[in-house]
Design a protein around this ligand. Structure first.
Ligand code: SAH
Length: 218
C-alpha cells in the first residue's frame, strides 16, 4: 500500500463519519448507502493539495475541466437507484477518478465504469487498485454507447448531463432495471427511468448541476 492509503487513520475515519452525519441531515435515509459512504476514503481520490477538503460536501476539481462529484449527489443517486431493490449489475458512465465506482462497489454485484478521458481513467485505475475492489471493471469508452458487451444492466448511473436521455442506454437496461441520470444543459434535472415489461416510466426529481456528457474519447 502506498503512503496515502496508510494515511487512512482515525482522523479521516472521524471526518468521514461527520460527512455521513451531514448526509443524513440533508436527507439520505438508506443506511447501506450511508455505510458505503462511510468506508470509502474520498481523500485518496482528490489531489493531495485538496485532501484536507475531501470530506466537505462539495464537488472538487479533478483537472481536465472535470470534477469529483459532491458526496450528497453521489449518495442521492445511489439511494434513488437502490430504492426497494438491489443494484445488481451496474454501469457507471463517467467514472472520473473512480470515487462513485468505489462507493457502488460496496453495494452492487458488479460495477462497470466507463470514462472517456484516458488520463482520468488511468487515475481511477490506480485509485481503485489501492482499494482492491474485485467487482469493479473500468473501461476507456464513450458512455453514450453504453457497454454492449456487458449489457443488460440492472442499474445505470450517469455522472454527466446529456441534453436528452441517451436512447442506447435505455436499450441496455434490463427489464426491472433503473437508470438515474442528469438531463439538461443550463438547467438540469435528475431523472429516474425504469424499464418494466410494458415499457419505460420516468420521474424528474431534483435540480442538479453536472459537467456535460461529451461524445467520443480522448
Ligand atoms: N463519477 C465521478 C464524477 C466524474 S465527473 C465521481 O465519482 O466523482 C463526470 C465524468 O464524466 C468526467 O470525468 C467526464 O470526463 C466523464 N464523461 C463525460 N462524458 C462522457 C462520456 N460520453 N463517456 C464517458 N465518460 C464521460
Amino acid at each position: 500500500m502506498n503512503n496515502r492509503v496508510q494515511g487512512i487513520g482515525m482522523t479521516s475515519q472521524r471526518t468521514r463519519a461527520r460527512m455521513v452525519e451531514r448526509l443524513r441531515e440533508k436527507g439520505i435515509r438508506d443506511e447501506r448507502v450511508l455505510a458505503a459512504m462511510g468506508v470509502v476514503p474520498r481523500h485518496l481520490f482528490v489531489e493531495e493539495a485538496l485532501a484536507s477538503r475531501a470530506y466537505e460536501d462539495t464537488a472538487l476539481p479533478l483537472g481536465f475541466q472535470q470534477t469529483i462529484s459532491q458526496p450528497f449527489v453521489v449518495a442521492r443517486m445511489i439511494e434513488l437507484a437502490r430504492a426497494g431493490r438491489e443494484l445488481g449489475r451496474t454501469l457507471e458512465v463517467g467514472a472520473g477518478c473512480g470515487y462513485q465506482a468505489a462507493v457502488l462497489a460496496q453495494l452492487a454485484q458488479e460495477v462497470y465504469a466507463v470514462e472517456r478521458i484516458a488520463p482520468l481513467l488511468a487515475r481511477a485505475r490506480s485509485n481503485l487498485r489501492h482499494l482492491r475492489l474485485p467487482n469493479v471493471r473500468l473501461k476507456h469508452a464513450d458512455g453514450n454507447l453504453g457497454l454492449p458487451e456487458a449489457a443488460p444492466f440492472d442499474t445505470i448511473i450517469v455522472a454527466a448531463a446529456a441534453p436528452q436521455v441517451p436512447q442506447v442506454l435505455m436499450g441496455q437496461l434490463a427489464v426491472g432495471g433503473r437508470m438515474v441520470l442528469p438531463v439538461g444543459q443550463a438547467e438540469q434535472m435528475l431523472w429516474v427511468i425504469e424499464r418494466t415489461s410494458q415499457g419505460y416510466s420516468e420521474a424528474r426529481l431534483d435540480a442538479v448541476r453536472f459537467v456535460p456528457l461529451v461524445s467520443g474519447v480522448e
